[in-house]
Design a protein around this ligand. Structure first.
Ligand code: NDP
Ligand code: 8X3
Length: 254
């Protein structure tokens, strides 16, 4: 495994869950960090508490202009960017297509898919110039399978899967590595946001199972960026042992 000290990592969605755990782990492993999210206060706290935070960027990934302006503001002294962790995203609602809200659908496509595409697009010139770099996209088991009431979240994550594959093809001749992680159930703020703050509903998702924790995915990210330069981990699907696929979950209800 290669050491990641003397590298720089940009993480989107660093203020919570998987992104937060990744920032913590990569900081402990010596990577310099550019942290992104919308919650300015949390980004500031992270800058104070974590080692190696060299820059923070507060922007909404779904806003093309904000993404461009923010990424263009990264000073040359913070470059090269070795690793891009495209993690920002959420589910909004869990509804049958008949009842689902268009606003929720917009948010998921705009953030999970278009946001990830914008961030990547604006950073591609850096990777091409460097002739190296690693892009890790956080997809989901929902990007490989479809489950009831998850149509548009699943569509957004299927989009991430397709975009990642296309990216790997188009950046192949530049020596840039592209990989995707497809997690199953991870206990983060994800379900709280999906159910619009309904903690009872959010808790129910993980009832009777041992879900993944954010650090499980952070460990996988560290693995994917630490393998030797000639190795690309293209896809990792990571599930809690209690979860067989999107719909089959072994819940112990004693
Ligand atoms: P969290 O809700 O804990 O974290 C989501 C992160 O994304 C936050 O840091 C949030 O930051 C950021 N974010 C959300 N919307 C935007 C936006 N429009 N612009 C910028 N940043 C945004 O959830 P997770 O850590 O679980 O989710 C991380 C990724 O993992 C997501 O892509 C999710 O789809 C994926 N995933 C999660 C699974 C799970 O079960 N938890 C399973 C499979 C995949 P802020 O609010 O500060 O903007
Ligand atoms: C999050 C996991 O199963 O809720 O991507 O879609 S799931």
């Amino acid at each position: 495994m290669k050491k990641i000290n003397n590298t720089t990592t940009l993480i989107t969605g660093a203020t919570s869950g998987i992104g937060f755990a990744t920032a913590k782990l990569l900081s402990q492993n010596g990577s310099k960090l550019i942290l992104c999210g919308r919650r300015h206060k949390i980004l500031n706290e992270m800058k104070k508490k974590l080692k190696n935070v060299i820059f923070t960027l507060c922007f909404d990934v779904s806003n093309k202009e904000e993404v461009e302006k923010s990424l263009n503001s990264i000073p040359d002294s913070c470059k090269p960017i070795d690793f891009l962790i495209n993690n920002a995203g959420n589910a909004h609602g869990l509804d049958n297509v008949i009842n689902a809200k268009l606003n929720d659908w917009d948010k998921m496509i705009d953030t999970n898919l278009k946001g990830l595409i914008y961030v990547t697009k604006f950073l591609i010139p850096n990777f091409i110039k460097q002739k190296k770099g690693t892009i890790i996209n956080i997809g989901s088991i929902a990007g490989l399978e479809v489950y009831p009431k998850g149509s548009v979240y699943c569509a957004s994550k299927h989009g991430v899967d397709a975009f990642s594959k296309g990216l790997r093809i188009d950046l192949n001749s530049f020596g840039v590595r592209v990989g995707t992680i497809n997690p199953g159930m991870v206990n983060t703020e994800f379900s709280k946001i999906r159910f619009k703050g309904d903690i009872k509903k959010a808790k129910k998702v993980y009832e009777g199972i041992i879900p993944l924790v954010a650090k499980d995915i952070a460990n996988a990210i560290l693995f994917m960026i630490s393998v030797p330069e000639h190795v690309t981990i293209a896809d990792l699907t990571i599930l809690p042992t209690a979860q067989a696929n999107s719909s089959i979950v072994n819940r112990k209800t004693i």
